[in-house]
Design a protein around this ligand. Structure first.
Ligand SMILES: *Cc1c(COP(=O)(O)O)cnc(C)c1O
Length: 492
């Protein structure tokens, strides 16, 4: 109907009825927009909106601004300013959006890995807001070393002599290889030449670091004799890489760390381990599957161990190297250390998280990652039963049926790739063809929510794993599902 009226009105009249930029920005409603977004932003939005209105009226097609063609003068101004306001809001929205991670993967690399505990968040906010003794020895009143903020804690928790921190674990491996194996050989088992998502490949990192890779053994079996035969005058390191994102099953053999350490030491070369996730404590005490720790590797004779700060450790993105003092010293003297160093906010968060490990008994209640990993399925079941009444009617109206189903969460980020943790998901299935289509639409609309909800579709069903849903986010989830369903209903 609007379309017809627009088409009938003479275009030149219509276009000349559009208000000027000046009239729009001096309208009372524009005052609030200027207060919220600033004058330049409002001018920009108003010009864009006028441009769109002209384009839509010229084309004669009903767009969002078509109705304004027939509006009274003030209603026209308000409609145009409403459109400008919507554009301003969209432009003001941060690009890095908070989301609800209902994927079932606790350490989801694409969703930011570890969610940090309150202690770390407070320390990071303080480090950002105030001057801090980042590289300043308060006792002596002179320049200090930023690594010292966490070195003692890292040594205490890993049993190592020294420690240093860089931007991420890929950087830690890169720096270690460049500092200790440049133009020299590093011996690694063929079964451990891993690729981690996002193009981290051990052979490529080695090459870029200037280290010469010597592969030994086969994909499934590597023996001590393979290492013995490969070590020579040009060998700088023997390296073990934790195969964190896959397992080799069946007819397999790998050389234990203690034996690799003995072989390396007998030839006078260091033995280094890239652990990847490297949780600092034995997870089995919390009923979780076993994952190797830096302390284990150090105890088995590793001279250096590298691991991530934002995987199972539960802290900020960082790469940590612990081990022998003389080797850490050499790594710290490498100019790349300066290029790969971490900032004060990372160090503040890391220190706060490491401090939590001093009291392992309270860790599941305080370290967010561990809280999420140890949540019993019964909690998620109760949560599902709380959520269902709020969403069922809205979903039913668009041929969707929600229920609580058993699900399996994963740890993620290459930790324990085959282990699964029993969980509960809200499952949304479709009734009939229309319902099936709506499952796909619902997933899409939930992703477009003000707080995007990220689930996954499996067998034509949308699964929203509740393991990572905080109780205080339940309301947001219910509202998002209801809004998404009502949008689907309107678009039919
Ligand atoms: C995850 C991982 C890395 C890369 O660590 P980032 O912190 O993501 O840079 C390297 N090696 C192993 C074994 C890993 O699991």
């Amino acid at each position: 109907m609007t379309e017809k009226r627009v088409a009938r009105a003479p275009l030149s009249d219509l276009l000349s009825s559009l208000p000027s930029v000046d009239r729009l920005v001096t309208h009372a409603r524009a005052g609030d927009l200027i207060k919220a977004h600033g004058r330049d932003e409002v001018l920009r939005a108003v010009r864009n909106v006028l441009e769109s209105a002209r384009a839509q009226w010229r084309s004669g097609k009903p767009g969002g601004l078509a109705a304004t063609a027939t509006a009274t003068d003030d209603a026209l101004l308000v409609a145009l300013l409403d459109a400008a306001s919507a554009e301003l809001d969209a432009r003001a929205r941060p690009n890095l959006r908070q989301v609800l991670n209902l994927t079932g993967t606790v350490l989801h690399t694409n969703l930011g890995r570890a969610v940090m505990p309150r202690e770390a968040i407070e320390a990071m906010a303080l480090a950002a807001a105030e001057p801090c003794a980042l590289e300043y020895d308060l006792g002596e009143g002179r320049r200090g070393d930023r690594d010292e903020l966490v070195e003692e804690l890292l040594c205490e928790l890993s049993g190592a002599e020294a420690a240093t921190v860089v931007n991420n674990n890929a950087a830690a491996v890169f720096l270690l290889l460049n500092a200790l194996s440049s133009r020299k050989q590093t011996v690694v088992s063929r079964g451990e030449l891993i690729e981690i998502g996002g193009a981290f490949r051990i052979p490529d990192i080695m090459q870029r670091a200037g280290a010469k890779l010597v592969e030994v053994g086969t994909t499934n079996r590597t023996h001590a004799s393979d290492f013995e035969a490969a070590i020579g005058a040009r060998t700088a390191l023997v390296m073990k890489v934790h195969t964190s994102n896959y397992i080799v099953q069946g007819f397999t053999a790998a050389v234990p760390e203690s034996e690799l350490a003995s072989i390396a030491h007998a030839h006078g070369v260091p033995f280094v381990v890239d652990l990847g996730s490297g949780t600092l404590i034995d997870l089995t005490q919390y009923g979780l599957p076993a994952e190797p720790t830096p302390r284990d590797s150090i105890a088995q004779g590793a001279d250096l161990v590298t691991f991530s700060g934002d995987k199972l450790l539960g802290g900020p993105q960082a790469g940590i190297i612990v081990g022998r003092k003389d080797l850490i010293q050499k790594i710290k003297k490498n100019p790349l250390k300066r290029a790969l160093r971490v900032g004060k906010i990372t160090l503040a968060g890391l220190e706060a998280v490491l401090r939590l490990y001093r009291d392992p008994a309270s860790l599941p209640g305080r370290l967010t990652v561990l809280t999420l990993l140890t949540r019993p399925a019964a909690h998620m079941q109760e949560q599902a039963l709380r959520l269902l009444p709020g969403v069922s009617a809205a979903l039913d109206a668009v041929d969707l049926v929600a229920s609580a189903v058993p699900a399996l969460s994963q740890i993620g980020s290459g930790s324990l790739p085959v282990e699964r943790l029993p969980s509960v998901a809200l499952s949304v299935a479709g009734r009939g063809r229309a319902g099936e289509r709506n499952v796909v639409l619902l997933e899409r609309k939930l992703r477009a929510s003000p707080t995007p909800v990220i689930g996954r579709i499996q067998d034509k069903t949308l699964l929203l794993d509740l393991r990572c849903l905080r109780p205080d986010h339940e309301e947001v989830l219910v509202r998002s599902v209801c809004d998404a369903a009502s949008q689907i209903g309107k678009s039919r």
